[in-house]
Design a protein around this ligand. Structure first.
Ligand code: GCV
Length: 754
């Protein structure tokens, strides 16, 4: 590069801390502490990695040796400067030092790419990038990057990490480190990558007292009482999220008000903005914008207005001033997330206004500061309040579809993947087919509310991938959901995916160590919804447990089987809410004040003496099927064509209904639950076979979880099967199922706040 003195001076100033790091820092020679805190950023030495487990690291015959890599990466040359440059450099320095056993030198000499690692944006390099690399950058767009090896005469190639913006640069640095950990040939790197979805967010359901909603095994990462004092954990959290491409974090729960219990609305008061600014500073360094869940009644709750009516000028001004005020304090402020007129959270209906009127008022307030409003579509009425259709599944569409095209350009509707509530088997919500003129965002749940809490191994990537690939038929055949998450009305940034996070303050972040794989997989799929779950599972296992194919391969295989296993012993064939929060309770969702507990079972699964399942057909049921375009309607309307895993979600069927396997429905339910438990036993056996090949700390932790999973799976099997025996009176052909004493409830193991 033609030297840019100003840049160079800034770069050196930014790097001055690092320049004094001694070669081979002592901690890199210490035995590894395998408490799970490092998650997938473990950076173990490349050849001596996992000596207890990893005796066959190098399986590729012509792979460059460790000495070659050490030589090629013994120096880092940085063009340009800024907080994200420093974050990228910091990570590279940390990762390379640990993996190669020696700290690379750092300088700002990028005049010639003569060997070593070169880091900088296209602008930083000021035309010194080889033309083939500059050409690679031409089509990548925001946040994309190039990681490439450039051969040179000296024989040791230069490795270039570059991008058009500093967030892309940071992602490129993480990508290089990931590739090296996965054993890529550094001399043949030729990676051009960019995200498919512009907004890749984590939603924290965390409260300001550090309790969490549906996050298992720990309290909030964010220590609100002690903020603005910082903690190293905030940076490590930001690193982990940025390493998988997360670029937006909502720091507080969408439930912002419950009298005497929840005061999340305070998040945008000055007291909490000062605290949030510390988190936002860390996030921003890693390319992550900060968002807040807000309460629609804020102008009354802590403003001095007596109305929150979105049509009132005073209310509009109040929100505009607040948005500007937040932006001044937190320059990386991204916008608001709103749960309104839902489960007790107030909204525009209080003033006779629609959801779009409420959302647009906030969108208008946020537009001058470049923010977006993300409005949740999770609304339903209690059956008793529902004057019309009591089926919860139909209600979101009824509320929102008529408002299609009425949302502002910087407003996004955030829709849960299924119409009920994060059930393990639900159809993809009809709203994704029904709102072609609205910016849409998909909401997934990384935390395992209905998918096993922090007890059950349940790798969700295969399921999420199926959701993202689902053909909505919105624009005719070939309209996958991932393509529906795109901007409408000319908006350029408002679309993407949100995941309810599963990270908390526990040492290994997720309670069940293997649940880290879900956070990793979420980031990978948000970046590239076409990625295969097999690749994600394989990479995560290697990054987390080392590159011994026998170990990592077995763990990846366990992950990939886990969703199907869980589905087998969980609620049958798409039935909803036969229990919650970790316990099967098929008769427990009714109104217990009624004399017959079975009378209200119908609310979610309609089980009686003749059959089971919720009739949502057009012909005889709630009509939910009619919210889809053809041919989905036709597929779902008939039990003969409905996908088996959703049979009882769409249909009420008699116990003697013949399943595709030829068995009756009731026998299939019984058998599945036994099969599911056997499959958990097999999972556990697989893990036992890894004894001695994984550090004891993680081995026994996971074994403990698998033991609990097996106990719970047996309990669920017996509770669900016993319930069906009692309801149907049809004995199990194999004579295994016993009637239980009522009530039918699986135990909830004590595992932390929820
Ligand atoms: C954050 C379900 C969950 C609630 C959650 C709600 C929502 O009802 O059980 O914990 O509240 O969904 O998504 O808003």
């Amino acid at each position: 590069m033609v030297g840019n003195k100003a840049h160079a001076a800034r770069a050196l100033a930014a790097l001055s801390m690092l320049a004094f790091i001694p070669a081979a820092p002592a901690e890199n020679r210490m035995p590894a502490n395998e408490n799970g805190y490092e998650a997938w950023l473990r950076y173990r030495p490349i050849t001596t990695i996992d000596t207890t487990t990893d005796t066959t690291t190098d399986t590729t015959i012509n792979r460059p040796t460790n000495q070659d890599i050490s030589k090629a990466l013994s120096s880092i040359h940085v063009a340009g400067a800024g907080p994200r440059h420093t974050a990228a450099l910091d990570e590279l320095h940390r990762g390379l030092s640990a993996m190669l056993g020696a700290s690379p030198s750092i300088d700002d000499d990028t005049r010639e790419l003569s060997g070593g690692l070169y880091l900088g944006t296209r602008t930083d390099f000021e035309g010194a990038l080889p033309s083939e690399i500059a050409a690679m950058l031409d089509d990548i767009g925001p946040e994309g990057y190039v990681v490439a090896s450039v051969p040179n005469e000296a024989g040791t190639p230069a490795i270039v990490v570059t991008a058009d913006d500093d967030t892309g640069l940071l992602y490129g640095a993480f990508r290089l480190l990931r590739e090296l950990q996965l054993g890529a040939d550094f001399a043949a790197l030729n990676i051009v990558d960019s995200p498919a979805l512009p907004l890749r967010m984590i939603n924290h359901w965390d409260n300001l007292d550090r309790s969490t909603e549906r996050v298992y095994g720990g309290f909030s990462i964010f220590d609100w009482p002690n903020l603005p004092e910082s903690q190293p954990r905030y940076r490590d959290y930001s690193r982990l999220m940025a390493s998988v491409g997360i670029n937006g974090i909502v720091v507080n729960n969408v439930n912002t008000y419950k009298e005497g219990r929840l005061e999340g609305w305070r998040i945008i008061t000055d007291e909490y903005l000062d605290k949030a600014a510390v988190l936002a500073g860390e996030f921003d360094r890693y390319g992550i914008k900060t968002y807040f869940s807000v309460n629609f009644m804020s102008p009354i709750l802590f403003g001095d207005l007596d109305t929150a009516d979105p049509a009132e000028r005073s209310v509009q001004n109040w929100w505009r001033d607040r948005a500007r005020h937040i932006k001044e304090r937190i320059p990386s402020f991204g916008g608001f997330l709103v749960k309104a007129d839902s489960e007790g959270e107030a909204g525009p209906h209080a003033y006779g206004r629609t959801h779009s009127e409420g959302a647009n008022m906030l969108a208008e307030a946020l537009a001058p500061v470049g923010g977006v409003v993300i409005w949740r579509a999770f609304v339903y009425r209690h059956p008793e309040e529902s004057r019309g259709n009591a089926d919860r599944a139909v209600q979101a569409y009824e509320h929102f579809a008529p408002l299609d095209g009425r949302f502002a350009d910087n407003a996004i509707l955030q829709i849960k993947h299924g119409p009920i509530d994060f059930q393990v088997n639900e159809p993809v919500s009809s709203l994704f087919s029904g709102m072609p003129n609205t910016n849409l965002m998909l909401e997934l749940q990384i935390t395992q509310e209905y998918t096993g809490n922090d007890i059950h191994l349940n790798f969700l990537a295969p399921f999420w991938r199926r959701v993202l690939s689902f053909d909505t038929h919105r624009d005719g055949p070939g309209s996958p959901l991932r393509d529906m998450l795109q901007a409408r009305n000319g908006s350029s940034t408002a679309w993407g995916v949100a995941g309810v996070g599963n990270f908390h303050d526990g040492l290994n972040w997720t309670g069940h160590l293997l649940a880290q794989s879900n956070a990793y997989a979420y980031g990978m799929l948000a970046w590239n919804p076409r990625q295969s779950p097999e690749t994600i599972a394989g990479d995560w296992s290697e990054l987390t447990f080392g590159r011994n194919p026998d170990v990592a391969g077995k763990i990846a295989d366990m992950l990939l089987r886990s969703y199907e296993i869980y589905s087998k012993y969980y609620f049958p064939y798409g039935l909803s809410l036969m229990g919650w929060a970790g316990g099967a309770a098929p008769d427990g969702n009714g109104d217990r004040s009624r004399p017959d507990p079975y009378r209200n079972i119908g609310r979610y699964h309609q089980t009686d003496a003749i059959g089971t399942g919720y009739d949502r057909t057009i012909a005889t049921g709630s009509g939910y099927v009619g919210q889809y375009p053809e041919p989905l309607r036709e597929t779902y309307e008939s039990p003969q064509t409905c996908p088996p895993e959703m049979l009882l979600w769409f249909h009420y069927l008699p116990y003697d209904f013949e399943m595709p396997s030829g068995k009756t429905l009731i026998q299939s339910i019984y058998d599945d639950h036994y099969e599911g438990v056997d499959m958990v036993k097999a999972l556990r056996r697989d893990w036992l076979s890894l004894e001695g090949r994984i550090d004891e700390e993680r081995y026994y932790h996971v074994l403990g979880k698998l033991n609990l999973q097996l106990s719970e799976a047996i309990l669920w099997r017996d509770v669900i099967n016993g319930f069906y025996l009692d309801m149907s009176g049809v004995p199990d052909a194999a004579g295994r199922v016993q009637a239980l004493d009522r009530p039918y409830r699986g135990l909830r193991y004590g595992h932390g706040p929820r």
